[in-house]
Design a protein around this ligand. Structure first.
Ligand SMILES: [Zn+2]
Length: 363
């Protein structure tokens, strides 16, 4: 019988430190600037980090929450680039949720003063001259996977038509990701839920994706099954340490899968909801998962095989179960296929950058 050879590519150079206590084990031996999420780095963690950084820390910039906007990125650059300019090997260290980490991905590419940073981010074109600083990312939530992907979401909220930008420089990966489940223990439950839903979305979006490989599929199925099992357990008891640790693991696995495939249709649909209704990202993407799941299994036998592993013993490849599960965690699924306007929106998003990664066809 003729054998079939698969040629797989995998590129993710981020050195990952994982586990409870990874944060406390950090050591620094070079100058650094810190970008920190005010909400995440409170109390003991801040005290610990300030003690650890000592003289190495040349400046601290706080992120006070909200969207990772072009405006906020510029503000951070104005504050930190003069410091980075003095220390060419200065490390950019970021501790926080996905928005904080995404902002750090913009800051670490220092640009000459005569160049408009906003224009560079909008066009995704680095000039001939720039300085790329080393970057270490420490997520304080279990969800975005930003610490292991090379891209950053920046919201262009001041543009005439507010929109979501994807900052995707060459060589955008961080040098290190430090993932310590202990850091997400103080997260409010609603934030933990939305972050876990984002992880689930990253896993599913890499399954119904034209860039999927057997490696990303294995990571994504494990991540999706973990979120499906552990998020209800966390919502039932918010001091469930095992569930928090497992959700942090799922976030990492889903992030690794997404780092190879990018996201797809549910993310494409989510961005307008975030702009129009101010829904948190995980919530905005989760409302579309049952509909996109249904389209995916109707379009692809590969998707049927993958998705049927997530809810075993399902009679319809998990369509009924994902709908019920999303409702059970407090999210109302949305459907676009029942109205002309909805179908029009769906067709539009299928031709967007993320929508084109979706391997389903509109039914
Ligand atoms: Zn996402």
């Amino acid at each position: 019988m003729a054998s079939q050879t698969l040629h797989l590519s995998w590129h993710n150079p981020v050195k990952i430190s994982w586990g409870c206590g990874a944060f406390n084990a950090l050591q620094f031996n070079q100058p650094l600037v810190l970008i920190a999420d005010r909400g995440a780095l409170g109390g003991e963690n801040e005290k610990f980090l300030r003690g650890l950084l000592e003289d190495h820390c040349k400046s601290i910039a706080w992120f006070e929450g909200g969207l990772a906007s072009v405006e906020k990125a510029k503000e951070l650059c104005d504050c930190l680039w003069p410091v980075l300019d003095q220390y060419p090997d200065c490390l950019v260290l970021a501790v926080g949720g996905g928005s904080t980490l995404d902002l750090a991905k913009a800051v670490r590419f220092r640009l000459p003063s005569e160049i408009s940073a906003e224009q560079v981010w909008r066009t995704n074109q680095l000039p001939d001259s720039f300085h790329r600083h080393p970057l270490w990312l420490i997520p304080s939530t279990a969800g975005t996977g930003s610490e292991v992907t090379p891209w950053a979401t920046l919201w262009d909220t001041l543009a005439p038509q507010p929109q979501k930008l994807s900052w995707s420089p060459t060589n955008g990966f961080a040098e290190r990701a430090i993932i310590d489940p202990d850091l997400s223990r103080s997260c409010p439950l609603s934030l933990s839920r939305d972050c876990a839903l984002d992880s689930l979305a990253h896993a599913l979006e890499s399954l119904w994706n034209i860039n999927r490989t057997p490696i990303t599929e294995a990571l994504a199925i494990e991540a999706a099954c973990t979120v499906i099992a552990q998020l209800p357990a966390l919502l039932h008891c918010d001091e469930n340490y095992e569930a928090q640790t497992e959700l942090a693991r799922a976030s990492l696995l889903a992030g690794l899968a997404m780092s190879q495939t990018r996201t797809a249709l549910a993310h494409a649909l989510s961005y307008q909801l975030t702009l129009d209704e101010n829904l948190p990202h995980g919530h905005a993407v989760a409302v579309w998962l049952p509909m996109v799941w249904d389209i995916a299994i109707k379009s692809s036998t590969d998707c049927q095989k993958s998705l049927s592993q997530i809810f075993e013993n399902s009679s319809d490849f998990g369509v009924t179960e994902i709908h019920q599960w999303i409702c059970a965690v407090g999210i109302e699924p949305r459907e676009l296929r029942t109205t002309d306007a909805g179908r029009h929106q769906l067709i539009n998003e299928l031709s967007s950058a993320r929508g084109r990664n979706f391997l389903g066809t509109y039914l």
